[in-house]
Design a protein around this ligand. Structure first.
Ligand code: NAD
Length: 337
């Protein structure tokens, strides 16, 4: 907390459209009188030897100190001798769970009207352990790592989230019929945690069946928790159910209660600097961050203003079929606040 009683949060505007949509978030937060003071951090122009990345040590320290932040899209510069920006943040801040709420936006028509689910993806191991090697010519081996520690940690978060958000059910997504040991361990950990939350219904769904059920009737699900690769795929599938990556927020949960919210989309170089970007995904990510901080009244007010603006249809950005600029859309949201 700052001396003025405001909560300090780190803000990475990021690259491409990042600064434009971050500006929109800042203006809307000011208009809504959200008690947040942003500490802005920019991606460096040189590799910081302490992080081996363009993300500086000071930026990482800022998130560690504030424990909360919002991140715009970052485009990792091409070249050798440095780590990807997103990977640096994920590893250094130990961002172990990726949380993506997916709900239908009223007035924005997709195939489904009443999606309201949350995917929680284990973000540190599984198929993304990065341990791959060639055994002999023509044969490679890639290790899927599942640990009790990481599985318990993400399961704990899923049940904590379900309880905190008044959700009824947690479904663990797996393929333990084939990957008996790895996914079997993941399920065992979920079951252990489930026992501590008797008020929340727990079920297990095989991933292939889960995909079929999601596209047939997404209302069958509430909170879904799963290992890394399944989470990567299912969370994008769910984003598609409600209209695509331009609308979907996400929140990364890290060690020691760190929460770093980020839009799911990239830096959109094709429309950068043209005042055309849709700030919705970053705004709804900021709303997730506010819910995490339990500043629920402001979170709800902003979410409602965003949804109203989209539903009204008078001001929409190009990706939603409208012709408004980022600034016009932002102003319309502020008028609704
Ligand atoms: P992208 O998400 O940037 O763009 C895909 C398409 O969606 C483009 O046509 C773009 O104009 C559109 N789009 C994306 N966000 C939009 C928004 N808010 N409003 C309106 N239209 C939007 O994906 P890409 O082109 O594959 O990647 C571009 C760069 O972003 C790459 O350097 C990539 O590495 C980076 N990236 C970063 C992140 C991240 O920081 N989390 C995620 C994905 C990609």
């Amino acid at each position: 907390t700052s001396s003025s009683g405001l909560i300090r949060a780190t803000l990475f505007p990021g690259d491409g459209i990042g600064p434009e949509i971050a500006e929109s978030v800042k203006q809307i937060f000011t208009a809504a009188e959200v008690p947040i003071e942003w500490e802005e951090h920019f991606v460096g122009t040189e590799v910081d030897p302490r992080t081996q990345s363009f993300v500086t040590w000071e930026s990482l320290e800022s998130v560690r100190r504030n424990k909360v932040g919002l991140k715009g899209p970052m485009a990792t510069p091409i070249g050798k001798g440095h780590r990807s920006l997103n990977l640096t943040l994920r590893k250094e801040l130990n961002l172990y769970a990726n949380v993506r709420p997916c709900y239908s936006l009223p007035g924005y028509k997709t195939r489904y009207d009443d999606v309201n689910l949350v995917t929680i993806r284990e973000n540190t191991e599984g198929e993304y352990s990065g341990l791959e090697h060639q055994v002999v010519r023509g044969v490679v081996e890639s290790l899927k790592i599942i640990t009790r520690q990481a599985s318990l940690r993400v399961a704990e978060y899923a049940f904590y989230y379900a309880k905190a958000h008044g959700r009824q059910r947690v479904s663990a997504v797996h393929k333990a019929n084939i990957m008996q040991m790895s996914d079997g361990l993941f399920l065992k950990c979920c079951r252990e945690v489930a026992e501590k939350y008797p008020e929340i219904k727990y079920e297990e769904v095989v991933i292939d069946n889960c995909c079929m059920m999601l596209v047939k009737n997404p209302t069958l699900f509430d909170v879904l928790v799963m290992p890394n690769l399944y989470g990567d795929i299912i969370s994008d599938l769910c984003a598609g159910l409600i209209g695509g990556l331009g609308l979907t927020p996400s929140l990364n949960i890290g060690e020691g209660g760190i929460a770093l919210a980020e839009a799911v989309h990239g830096s959109a170089p094709d429309i950068a600097g043209k005042n055309l970007a849709n700030p919705t995904a970053l705004l709804l990510s900021a709303v997730s961050m506010l819910h995490h901080l339990e500043i629920n009244d402001k979170a709800d007010a902003i979410q409602e203003a965003v949804l109203k603006t989209i539903a009204e249809g008078k001001y929409r950005t190009g990706d939603l079929g409208g012709s408004s600029t980022t600034t016009e859309f932002t102003k319309a949201i502020i008028d609704h606040l």
